[in-house]
Design a protein around this ligand. Structure first.
Ligand SMILES: [Zn+2]
Length: 115
């Protein structure tokens, strides 16, 4: 279980608060005229965090898609082998990547390690 505990830091004077409302109140009282600047900074920071998370997520989705493709590929191969007398040309025509000759996970893992 991960508990994310955040400290809210006043970007103007550096004072810390455990609650967002406390910080907001502090800024409104002490630095009222700079609220807009502060909010812009916070929003920009959050945006950058979200962008980073989005990149990580799409990377992971890409990897999952890649794995799924390999899995469905090898399943197709197995089905093709079972129906040998019937339309197997598509699956054994020789332009299949070498990973199907052995363990498909080897190629997946070696690609993963390089990235
Ligand atoms: Zn302050």
């Amino acid at each position: 279980m991960t508990v994310i505990s955040e400290l809210y830091v006043c970007p103007i004077c550096g004072k810390t608060f455990s609650k967002r409302e406390s910080l907001a109140g502090h800024i409104a009282r002490k630095h009222g005229s700079m609220v807009i600047v502060v909010k812009a900074n916070v929003v920009l920071k959050r945006l950058q965090e979200i962008e980073k998370q989005l990149r990580d997520l799409s990377n992971e989705i890409g990897e999952i898609k890649y794995l799924l493709e390999k899995i469905s590929c090898s399943e197709t191969r197995i089905v093709g082998e079972k129906e040998e007398d019937f339309g197997t040309v598509t699956f054994t025509s020789g332009d299949l990547p070498s990973f199907l000759q052995n363990n498909p996970w080897l190629s997946v893992l070696s690609k993963r390690g390089k990235s």
